[in-house]
Design a protein around this ligand. Structure first.
Ligand code: ZN
Ligand code: ZN
Length: 377
């Protein structure tokens, strides 16, 4: 979800620093991957775990050939396994000609840039050329590609599944009438609209004008025009700290009902039509987690809009968020304040964490909900 180049700066750890790579599983079981940024390596690691997927076919939609969208390819272990088959989709670049993406593979693994060449990749690979305006079917899903406004071209993808429609529109800048229209056509009525939000509206109007990216404000505008239901802010600037992304998210939320800022490991599930979209961070259960019980006071607003305060124990705490058991059912996407007591050198100290509700589910304890919180500043 990070744009342009990966980041390892601790100030970006919460949202994460991998460049674009998303996994989408359709109700019919069709497996899609959207873009091949550095996140692809971790996706490959997850698949290679015993409980992960092995063998089978995967459809990989690539938006364009900038480094941040292809650089995960050589590090995607499933590409080296003969039992796997991949169908790649991307456009014919005028700089590369026929089989553009295949050439990208070869170039990335050419000597002396990588220790092994393409012959080490034993999986079956098929390369399909797509053009803007084109539609095709994979299983029960319809995919439509559209050109977006970006240097050397970029495709946005609309994926219509029986569970709902997901639109992936990274790397695009407003300012071209026809391409702005494309974006809205792509996003029309989408359940999930993932859009470039790299810059602030101010940067976009001044120093970053013409760089090929967008802002949260333009994303909100496009989502409103297109009647999209949930907006996901994506392609965060490598120079944006977590705090900067928090501010971008808060600004967008002030103007649009349902907004998420893409974060490392975030999972969004489409429920029944009309259900609110929920997200969660399965990573919080394994990564950087400390077995502990913190006494905490949690305050927020309920589904009905009533403020509440409640004491509980936080058992599942990570850098990005927490899973908290509550009697109250807080409203999705509302802000939650978690005040924890921690023993300090001079008695007890308070730690106040601010977050927003991304998920509520029936908890293990009777009468309690398990509430997933993503921390902001
Ligand atoms: Zn990019
Ligand atoms: Zn780009």
């Amino acid at each position: 979800m990070r744009g342009s180049t990966p980041t390892v700066d601790p100030a970006t750890w919460r949202y994460g620093g991998n460049t674009p790579c998303l996994e989408l599983t359709a109700p019919d079981g069709t497996q899609f991957i959207l873009d091949c940024g550095t996140g692809l390596r971790m996706l490959g690691r997850r698949w290679s775990k015993p409980e992960g997927k092995s063998g089978g076919e995967t459809h990989i939609l690539v938006t364009h050939y900038h480094w941040d969208h292809i650089q995960g390819v050589p590090f995607f272990a499933p590409l080296y396994a003969p039992e796997n088959a991949f169908h790649f989709y991307s456009f014919r670049s005028k700089y590369l000609g026929q089989d553009s993406l295949k050439q990208v593979f070869e170039a990335q693994m050419a000597m002396p840039y990588f220790p092994v060449d393409l012959s080490a990749m034993a999986s079956k690979r098929k390369f399909n050329e797509v053009d803007g305006g084109q539609s095709f079917h994979v299983g029960e899903n319809k995919i439509t590609a559209q050109w977006l406004n970006h240097p050397q071209g970029c495709l946005g993808y609309r994926i219509e599944t029986p569970a709902g429609t997901v639109v992936y529109a990274t790397d695009n800048e407003p300012g071209d009438k026809i391409l702005e229209e494309n974006l809205r056509e792509l996003a029309a009525g989408a359940d999930i609209f993932i859009n470039d939000a790299q810059f602030t509206p101010d940067q976009l109007a001044t120093t970053r004008h013409g760089w090929g990216h967008s802002s949260w404000k333009e994303g909100v505008r496009a989502a409103q025009d297109a009647g999209a239901k949930t907006l996901v802010l994506f392609h965060h600037d490598p120079d944006s700290t977590d705090r900067a992304v928090d501010t971008i998210l808060r600004n967008a939320r002030d103007e649009f009902d349902s907004v998420f800022a893409a974060g490392e490991g975030m999972v969004i599930t489409l429920g029944s039509p009309g259900d609110h979209v929920q997200a969660h961070l399965p990573g919080t259960r394994t990564a950087l987690r400390r077995e502990a019980q913190f006494r905490a006071k949690v305050s927020g607003v309920t589904e009905g809009g009533k403020p509440f305060e409640e004491e509980t124990l936080v058992r599942d705490l990570a850098l990005q968020g927490a899973l908290i058991s509550l009697e109250h059912a807080p409203r999705l996407q509302s802000e939650l304040l978690v005040t924890m007591e921690a023993p300090g050198s001079d008695g007890r100290q308070q730690m106040v964490l601010r977050g927003y509700v991304v998920r509520t589910e029936q908890g293990a304890e009777k009468g309690h909900s398990a509430v997933g919180v993503v921390f902001t500043e």
